[in-house]
Design a protein around this ligand. Structure first.
Ligand SMILES: Nc1nc2c(c(=O)[nH]1)N[C@H]1C(S)=C(S)[C@@H](COP(=O)(O)OP(=O)(O)OC[C@H]3O[C@@H](n4cnc5c(=O)[nH]c(N)nc54)[C@H](O)[C@@H]3O)O[C@H]1N2
Ligand SMILES: Nc1nc2c(c(=O)[nH]1)N[C@H]1C(S)=C(S)[C@@H](COP(=O)(O)OP(=O)(O)OC[C@H]3O[C@@H](n4cnc5c(=O)[nH]c(N)nc54)[C@H](O)[C@@H]3O)O[C@H]1N2
Ligand SMILES: [Mo]
Length: 739
């Protein structure tokens, strides 16, 4: 469209992006007329380097202008969870929330106030959780959660092994690889940095061999893999340990690399060869556990050890399990055994894949070198906030158990009220039925949301918030970057929506906290920019950044994690206590936690295939991330629903004896709950395993059957030794629904 024509039609083009927790960050050009996005376009940069828009961002307009967006404050009128609400004024809403905060503080103390924040909006200024944390800090304190529901296993592993969470290479480095192992990694769906697939496809065209090791034959495997190795959930470590055994027995490992850069390989070797426990971890041993044939393991070990450089790409899905951190630690150990750490075309493993440029997660949740375990006993972690006030934290995957059990269950306090924003944890943490019970029992629950989500239905008070299109903000891409985004405000707030920051500011006035939100958006952003060394380093011209919406960072060469440590070890030790890669970790040993051994190990866990419970619930459930949503976000968008119906994946050999045909309505169940959804009978999942994408909205009917098909109705609210949420470790049974 010509500029003249645009002027005539009063269409503005706004450079923006979304703030979803979606694995990428798409530059968007929003065409706006009369406060409505009428059309959208993606990045207009030339190839290579154009950042292709994903399907979720292509549906952004449908999301922002969805008819079910919350448009005004509401209070509960029916029973808790019934979703019956009536419209109220902002004054009434804010007076109510401020009043409840004061009442609960006065009656029970601040330990009775739970703040729930999450990854709903990943940007700088308007990140809802930050405003609420700042407010409650000034109010006197609160209880909140710790542990990343997402990647705590990988964080633990990377910090233990490397003392750093920056374990990734920039994606164009894949072009230097001769072998790429997609070990529980499906970037065609979860993105892992916009353009990761582009580089993976180019790497394959460049001659790299690609092998997918996954219970599912996923989209990335279908696109680029030469070989698919199906593996039972939770058994990756066994296969990796057996690969180490093959390398050691055949002398294929890089002993010089191990001697120079690592500590503790001998301890690991003793375990692998069975010196420690009398069991040599042979391919036959691992085959029995994992379902991967022994000769496949032998061949994989030989190929991986002799094809250099090779990138073993472990990620977070398999780590979101009952001993998840062992998988990432063992992957990192194989990377060291093959000398691939710090080398172009190689990889360090560790599962996080981030590079230290323009990276959203640059500030790690846990500082390097800190013991990531609970500081005050098994269920509580205390941290000092900026004002040196101790904030008690509960592990994210036991949040609702803490509400139900309080002090008598070993938690820091009895929680009476919760205030929530940017999360849908009832839906997204383990055991949704328990979560629903917990939320019903609260004296008061306030939720700031864009939609009446599964969790929002349990609120006493609902506050409508603006979307990313109604605010300006700085945003960053997921791990691989490298670029910064300035997302320009495209729309005036829709309906009566307010930003989380504005809400916190108006609450502050009611709580007698002064000067909480002293600047307008424009000035806040300027000040944030001035105070952010990362932005200051890479963005030479603020006005140009704002105008174009993006600052790309030109890398002279691909970023390779730990390159300096490998090329110049004398001057660049690893950030571990020993200064080396810790295959044996004294810090882990000191914790003396039986589920967190100092070397990576395979250990059986509750609800794996060896659990006696498997007699009753013989199928292992995995719950990967959905292509057509961001977790539970975008769930209501019709365009996206059409792209992939919500179904349970089941192998034909499991479906047939149960009388299940493709498309049949089935129940997936265990002792925690029961969901109803259609079956997808397919060879794309291995026998004995079923898969339900996470994020569909929990919707129990009058019999308690979750008709929404929320994966977490079936999962456990527990965490591994290293703090990983065990969302991929559940046993279930599947039956055809009786009509
Ligand atoms: N479209 C979309 N993209 C997203 C998100 C989203 O919701 N939607 N969420 C984003 C977020 S917050 C995150 S943390 C990342 C998550 O990214 P990941 O954690 O990598 O994603 P998952 O989908 O959980 O799992 C990845 C793969 O692991 C496989 N898998 C599961 N269990 C096992 C196992 O035991 N062994 C092996 N070998 N494989 C296993 C699954 O089949 C899947 O193919 O994705 C991000 N990207
Ligand atoms: N079974 C299973 N469960 C999982 C996973 C899994 O692999 N399997 N993956 C886990 C992972 S990796 C993650 S990261 C979590 C994600 O867990 P959550 O962060 O709880 O997931 P979302 O569905 O993204 O919920 C974000 C909510 O924030 C709201 N929101 C968006 N923007 C704003 C805003 O600006 N202000 C406010 N107040 N609200 C906003 C959205 O409408 C949405 O309801 O899920 C975890 N749950
Ligand atoms: Mo995540």
């Amino acid at each position: 469209m010509s500029t003249a024509r645009l002027k005539e039609t009063n269409v503005r083009i706004v450079r923006a992006t979304s703030a979803f927790d979606c694995g990428g960050r798409c530059p968007l050009r929003l065409h706006v007329k009369d406060n409505v996005i009428v059309r959208m376009e993606g990045d207009d940069a030339e190839e290579p380097g154009q950042l292709r828009t994903c399907l979720r961002c292509r549906a952004y307009r449908q999301y922002i202008h969805h008819p079910e967006r919350l448009m005004y404050p509401q209070k509960r009128t029916g029973p808790k969870g019934a979703g019956q609400f009536a419209r109220i004024s902002w004054d009434e809403a804010l007076d109510t929330l401020a009043g409840e905060l004061k009442r609960v503080k006065q009656s029970y103390g601040v330990g009775a106030i739970l703040l729930m924040t999450g990854g709903g909006y990943l940007a700088s200024l308007h990140r809802g959780g930050s405003a609420a944390q700042r407010l409650l800090n000034q109010f006197g304190g609160y209880v909140t959660h710790y542990g990343n529901i997402s990647s705590e296993g990988a964080v633990w592993a990377s910090l233990t092994q490397y003392g750093s969470v920056m374990v990734g290479n920039s994606r164009e480095d894949l072009l230097n690889s001769r072998l790429i192992l997609l070990w529980g990694w499906d970037p065609a769906r979860m993105i892992s940095g916009t353009n990761t697939m582009y580089h993976l496809i180019r790497a394959k065209e460049n001659g790299a061999r690609v092998v997918a090791i996954d219970p599912r034959y996923h989209d990335t495997a279908a696109t680029v893999a030469h070989q698919w190795i199906p593996i039972r959930p939770g058994t990756d470590t066994a296969v990796m340990v057996a690969m180490a055994q093959v390398m050691i027995r055949e002398g294929l490992h890089d002993q010089a690399f191990l001697d120079r850069y690592t500590v503790g390989f001998d301890r690991f070797k003793a375990y692998v060869l069975g010196v420690e426990d009398g069991i040599e971890k042979t391919p036959a041993w691992a085959a029995e556990i994992s379902g991967v044939p022994a000769d496949t393991i032998v061949a994989l070990a030989r190929t991986y050890a002799t094809t250099r450089p090779a990138a073993l790409m472990d990620c977070q899905g398999p780590a979101r399990s009952a001993m998840g951190e062992q998988y990432n630690r063992c992957a990192a150990t194989l990377c060291a055994m093959t000398g691939n750490v710090g080398r172009p075309g190689g990889s360090a493993g560790g599962g996080l894949m981030g590079i230290p440029v323009a990276h959203m997660f640059r500030a790690p949740g846990i500082p390097a070198g800190k013991n990531p375990f609970e500081l005050e006993g098994p269920k509580v972690k205390a941290t000092l906030d900026i004002r040196k006030r101790v904030i008690k934290r509960i592990h994210i995957n036991t949040l609702f158990d803490a509400i139900l059990q309080g002090k008598k269950g070993g938690y820091p306090s009895d929680i009476r009220m919760a205030w929530s924003m940017c999360n849908n944890y009832l839906n997204q943490t383990g055991n949704s039925n328990k979560a629903a019970r917990a939320l019903k029992g609260l004296e008061f629950f306030a939720v700031q949301e864009l939609f009446m989500t599964a969790q929002a239905r349990y609120a006493d008070l609902l506050l409508p918030v603006t979307s990313a299109a109604e605010r300006s903000d700085f945003m960053r891409p997921w791990p691989s970057g490298p670029y910064f985004m300035f997302s320009n405000r495209a729309l005036a707030p829709l309906g009566e929506c307010k930003s989380d920051l504005q809400i916190a500011g108006e609450l502050a006035e009611r709580l007698g906290i002064e000067n909480f939100n002293p600047y307008g958006e424009e000035e806040w952003l300027r000040r944030l920019f001035e105070g952010n060394s990362d932005l200051k380093t890479h963005v030479p011209d603020y006005e140009a950044f704002k105008r174009t919406g993006i600052q790309r960072v030109q890398l002279k060469e691909p970023v390779v994690a730990f390159r300096k440590q490998i090329e110049d070890p004398e001057n660049h030790p690893f950030e571990t206590p020993s200064g080396k890669i810790e295959i044996y970790s004294q810090r882990a040993a000191d914790i003396q936690h039986p589920l967190c051994p100092p070397i990576p190990k395979y250990m059986p866990t509750p609800e794996d295939r060896s659990d006696p419970l498997a007699a009753k619930y013989p199928l292992q459930l995995i719950t990967p991330h959905p292509r057509n949503r961001v977790h539970s976000e975008l769930y209501k968008v019709e365009w996206l629903r059409e792209t992939e119906p919500h179904r349970v994946w089941i192998n034909a050999s499991d479906a047939a004896p149960r009388g299940i045909a493709d498309g049949d309505m089935v129940h997936v169940f265990n002792d925690r709950g029961r969901i109803a959804l259609p079956a997808f009978v397919t060879e794309r999942i291995m026998p004995g395993v079923v898969s339900v994408f996470e994020g569909a909205w929990y919707a129990p009917d009058e019999k308690g059957i979750d008709r929404g098909g929320c994966a977490n109705t079936l999962t456990r609210d527990a965490y591994s030794g290293g703090g990983a949420a065990v969302l991929n470790t559940s046993l279930v049974e599947v039956v055809k629904e009786q009509s």
